[in-house]
Design a protein around this ligand. Structure first.
Ligand SMILES: NC(=O)c1ccc[n+]([C@@H]2O[C@H](COP(=O)([O-])OP(=O)(O)OC[C@H]3O[C@@H](n4cnc5c(N)ncnc54)[C@H](O)[C@@H]3O)[C@@H](O)[C@H]2O)c1
Length: 363
């Protein structure tokens, strides 16, 4: 790809103005790297609501209308429902725009290949944003682990509890396409939110050599089944093993400014451990990162542990990258493919009774 960095503010469009716009927009507000010129959503109500943030931007009911308008656009923030990711991204790249896509990239490998081929064919950049890699407690966890202070890594553990009470309102329209995803075996816990956990695993310890999974199901309402309890274990190519347990606690109240997701990461080294106590929600009210070595616990009390800030920083990273073309995209389209393979290997393992599956063997 022949990418030429921009020497002027980018002209950006938001495509999809739903729930997660509220967090993605944080990267664009007060950012001299970018000018928001267009807002696209079939919902007139959403267009009117978001126009208040960008009174100068033009609004459109579809990407086709935006393309036909002749308005100059450099890059798009694609915040579409997952079932629309593949066709949507192919269309956006075909318009000649760089794309910052929300996760999960898509649900299967042929769709991912279509998206990557479209990026190549149009000589545009496709990024699949991963805001967790910008959450300060996780960044600090990675730095602690890499510094060697807890000793050689012995293994690690992630925990996630989906709860049914608390948090911000999620409109029923956002759940509707999630139910479609569940029907094709791409559940909200393992695949949608889980994408982040699998991404942090690769980011922390590198490529995955083998995955074993036991993906369960719980009917929460007649006809609606969540993908928990589930347990996924894996070994990285460097020999480090990870385990992730996913549970559903439907009646548990979780204090959260966002989704009701109680999460932890704990890395054990030969000398000590480092643990991130929360992320999306405000479950454990300890410092967001704690490090234990030689009988002493150190708590990090002043990290930016607002999960929403990770969207701001991930988006700013993208908008800056388009001005430099330097450094990792976190993630490029090809790197996101590794996260997808990891998830697909977990599904393949579970379907085969928990056998070990190498993500590279998924075709
Ligand atoms: N990073 C995270 O932690 C995180 C959290 C939540 C959602 N997401 C992702 O963000 C994306 C959007 O999720 P959401 O919760 O905002 O969904 P949503 O349903 O609230 O919003 C989607 C919006 O897209 C609009 N839309 C539908 N078809 C369209 C089209 N053809 N062109 C333009 N707009 C169209 C809808 O009208 C709606 O306003 C999904 O990919 C989801 O997985 C990521």
């Amino acid at each position: 790809m022949t990418f030429t960095p921009y020497r002027r503010p980018l002209r950006a469009a938001f495509v999809g103005l739903g729930r997660i716009y509220d967090l993605n927009v944080r990267a664009y507000l007060d950012n001299p790297d970018v000018e928001v010129v267009a807002l696209v959503d079939p919902s007139e109500e959403r267009r009117d609501q978001r126009q208040a943030d960008w009174p100068q931007a033009r609004t459109f009911a579809s990407v086709a209308e935006l393309a036909a308008s002749g308005l100059d656009v450099d890059a798009v923030e694609a915040l579409l429902p997952i079932p629309l990711h593949t066709d949507g991204v192919v269309e956006l790249l075909g318009c000649g725009w760089h794309v910052n896509l929300q996760k999960p990239m898509c649900s299967d490998l042929p769709s991912a290949r279509r998206m990557l081929d479209a990026a190549d064919a149009n000589d545009r950049v496709l990024r699949v944003m991963e805001n967790y890699l910008f959450y300060e407690p996780l960044r600090r966890l990675k730095a602690v682990v890499e510094s060697g202070e807890i000793g050689e890594v012995s293994g690690y553990h992630m925990k996630m509890v989906g709860s049914g009470r608390g948090g911000w309102d999620v409109p029923m329209s956002s759940y509707r396409w999630q139910f479609e995803q569940m029907k094709i075996g791409r559940g909200i816990l393992v695949f949608d939110d889980g994408w982040h956990k699998l991404a942090t695993a690769i980011w922390l310890f590198g490529p995955i050599a083998e995955v074993r999974a036991w993906i369960g199901r719980t009917e929460v309402r007649p006809g609606i089944t969540m993908d928990a309890p589930s347990t996924i274990v894996w070994e990285h190519a460097n020999g480090v093993r990870g385990v992730w347990d996913i549970t559903m606690a439907l009646d548990l109240y979780l204090r959260s400014d966002y989704y009701t997701n109680d999460e932890r990461w704990e890395v054990t080294g030969r000398k000590g451990f480092a643990r991130v106590n929360r992320c999306t929600g405000r479950g454990v009210q300890q410092p967001s990162l704690e490090v234990y070595i030689d009988g002493e616990m150190r708590g990090y009390h002043a990290l930016d542990d607002d999960w929403g800030s990770s969207f701001r920083d991930s988006g700013r990273h993208w908008l800056r990258w388009l001005h430099t073309g330097e450094g990792p995209l976190l993630w490029s389209g090809e790197e996101a493919l590794d996260v997808l393979r990891f998830a697909l290997a977990a599904y393949a393992s579970s379907a085969a009774g928990g056998v070990g599956v190498d993500p590279a063997s998924i075709t």
